[in-house]
Write a protein that binds this ligand. Structure first.
Ligand code: PLP
Length: 415
């Protein structure tokens, strides 16, 4: 599409946007009675208007029924996680039995590492990308240590080439090939939190399968942002959080994916009673018998209140559909790139090719980046600042508009 840097053009795009009604289904934060331009859905998605109602509904059940809430009514808490499985499966490209909402992201990463990281003989190494999100790095480092291994010899980190900010897929595939006889696992983000780069998950998963090594993806920045086909890609496992593009509230319930191929195998795991065969859970007997599928990784009593909000939020993403969201997202982010292109002293490090990015653009500011960021904030633009020089802006297709993108361009021009 040929863009034009004008308010009239932006408004035309909004008029033609088939998803424009979704904005009204969220609360847009305000300052002095004016809506903020919220481009921070990569950090905390906005509140769906249905969230409070979903929460009130469970509070009322708790109020009226107490413990009977576990069994009472149309949607007893006992099986509350099941409500989220259909929309989650649709969003990540899986069968419902392959996904389960539970815990928080880093907890799930540890649980899945316990199952899928099985160093044996010469195969002990984990291949990942250098500079991934810190929590993921700490999880890998400490998992390796608990197996009596040394992270320095065990982690294989692939970095971008000198003077480049993003990774070449070929370098990742070559590294998998190079270490084919010593790898026990490939684990990395599917969409990089800092640069906004989307990795070619299909190609990387295929390569890992080819050499017989399990592969897992952290989808914190990918879920709800780009279409995923975890089942078809043959990804072994994945995990994500729900408070970014899934709008499920601060610290909201995380989720996992375990490919059907692993459902019959008795993979090692750290077990808890909520992962125990549902039909016999309350027999309270010795000897762990897992639920089939992803449900078998559950540990604890579900966080009912957070799960209720998660379910309400998931409806919106599932209803809009990832294909339609993606179509709008490519336009919205393309338009942001267009209106920022002329800005002096600003470098976009996110890939320019739409297939290699989600909705986020990461901008390096030549000098005095923090001042630029503060001026944007004063003008009502909410982005996210990363030391020493990076502003991340994420126009999210569920609730942001083309007019907002145009206004962000104007705000930069006046910084
Ligand atoms: C947001 C994010 C996390 C956060 O983990 P929590 O356990 O939810 O705090 C972890 N990894 C990545 C890649 C993230 O983007």
């Amino acid at each position: 599409m040929l863009f034009e840097n004008s308010l009239a053009f932006a408004r035309q795009l909004d008029q033609a946007d088939p998803l424009r009604s979704y904005r009204d289904r969220f609360y847009i934060p305000e300052r002095n009675g004016k809506p903020l331009i919220y481009f921070c859905g990569n950090s905390l998605g906005l509140q769906p208007k249905t969230a409070r109602q979903a929460l009130d509904c469970e509070l009322a059940i708790w109020q009226q029924h107490g413990v009977e809430g576990w069994f009472e009514g149309e949607n007893p808490w006992l099986t509350i996680h099941q409500r989220c499985k259909e929309p989650l499966a649709q969003i990540v490209g899986a069968n419902p039995s392959e996904v389960c909402p539970m815990n928080n992201l880093t907890v799930n990463l540890h649980l899945l590492l316990t199952s899928f990281y099985q160093p044996t003989g010469n195969r002990t190494k984990i291949l990942t990308i250098g500079g991934d999100f810190p929590s993921d790095q700490y999880a890998l480092e400490t998992h390796i240590q608990t197996r009596g291994l040394n992270p320095a010899d065990t982690l294989v980190e692939v970095f971008p080439r000198t003077h480049e900010h993003t990774w070449q897929t070929a370098d990742i595939l070559d590294a998998v090939e190079q270490y084919r006889d010593s790898l026990a696992l490939v684990l990395m983000s599917g969409l990089h939190y800092y640069t906004g780069q989307v990795f070619d998950m299909a190609a990387i998963a295929q390569k890992a399968r080819q050499i017989g090594v399990p592969i897992g993806f952290d989808l914190a920045h990918a879920v709800g942002n780009i279409p995923l086909k975890l089942h078809d890609w043959g990804v072994d496992f994945a995990f994500w959080c729900s408070y970014k593009y899934l709008n499920s509230g601060p610290g909201g319930v995380s989720g996992i994916f375990v490919h059907e191929n692993h459902h019959a195998a008795a993979l090692p795991r750290l077990a808890g009673w909520w992962g125990y065969d549902e039909a016999r859970r309350f027999e309270m007997t010795k000897g762990f018998v897992p639920m089939p599928g992803a449900d078998g990784w559950q540990l604890s009593t579900p966080t009912v209140l957070a799960m209720a909000v998660h379910h309400a939020a998931l409806q919106l993403t599932a209803e809009a559909g990832l294909d339609a969201l993606r179509r709008k997202s490519e336009l919205l982010t393309g338009f942001l790139e267009f209106v920022l292109r002329e800005t002096a002293g600003l470098q976009i490090i996110t890939p320019i090719n739409a297939a290699e990015r989600g909705c986020q653009l990461s901008l390096l500011i030549d000098h005095d980046g923090k001042t630029v960021f503060n001026r944007l904030t004063e003008q009502g633009v909410i982005g996210d600042w990363r030391e020493p020089d990076c502003i991340r802006l994420a126009p999210t297709p569920l609730y942001n508009t083309f007019e907002e993108v145009w206004r962000v361009g104007q705000a930069f021009a006046s910084c």
